[in-house]
Design a protein around this ligand. Structure first.
Ligand code: HEC
Length: 88
């Protein structure tokens, strides 16, 4: 019984804390810090793409040298594809 409890508790700890630390920055913060290194937000505001379009853009920006983790890229893509660019 005791072993089972410990196994369950260990599994919970591994499941909740075992992955890489999540970024706590919001998409707006990520864009304002990472995406303004080479250009301002005007072209981001002006651009209207869907998820596929933004995914292609973000990959291209990473190729240019933008430093985003996969989680940050995902957050930014979802935000921009949802029309969040107008809030920048
Ligand atoms: C290392 C420099 C660099 C960083 C960082 C960067 N960009 Fe860019 N971006 C560029 C360059 C250079 C261009 C123009 C050439 C091109 O379109 O690939 C560009 C163009 C763009 C365009 C216009 C593309 C089009 O086809 O109209 C958008 C939108 C854009 N960037 C969004 C972003 C976003 C969002 C981020 C943050 C994730 C970002 N950029 C970070 C260098 C960068």
């Amino acid at each position: 019984m005791r072993i089972a409890m410990i196994t369950v508790m260990t599994a919970c700890v591994v499941l909740t804390c075992g992955c890489a630390p999540q970024s706590t920055a919001t998409p707006v913060q990520i864009i304002k810090t990472q995406c303004t290194k080479c250009h301002n937000t005007d072209r981001i505001k002006a651009a209207k793409f869907d998820v596929d379009g933004w995914t292609a853009i973000i990959w291209r920006m990473r190729g240019q040298g933008a430093q985003l983790t996969d989680a940050e890229a995902k957050a930014v893509i979802g935000f921009l594809a949802g029309g969040g660019g107008s809030q920048l």
